[in-house]
Write a protein that binds this ligand. Sequence first.
Ligand SMILES: [Zn+2]
Length: 110
Amino acid sequence: MNFFSNRCPHCEKGRIFKSLIRMHKSCPVCQVPFERESGYFIGAMIAAYFLGVFLALPILLLSVFGFGLSMTQAILLSSLQLVLLQPFLFKYSRILWIRVEAALTRSIHR
Ligand SMILES: [Zn+2]
């Protein structure tokens, strides 16, 4: 299972996001709701945190140890990087959360 695929984890046909930041409330093909309960996407914030660290840390380390920037400059550069990547972090953290949760739920109920 590709955890970053923009496809419904149940039918693998319907799209989760219709654009970069707009998502369907339920699968357009099988009608399974993507937001299962209120507060469901709080877990996606944890996924966004780890994706952000995974993307920002190499740039931070490279700019300090590779290009000799000061720590302040490196943190500003990484912050700018994360602001610019925010729409992608939003989209892929939700996709990751939906697909991991579906895979875990499926393995528990087998
Ligand atoms: Zn579906």
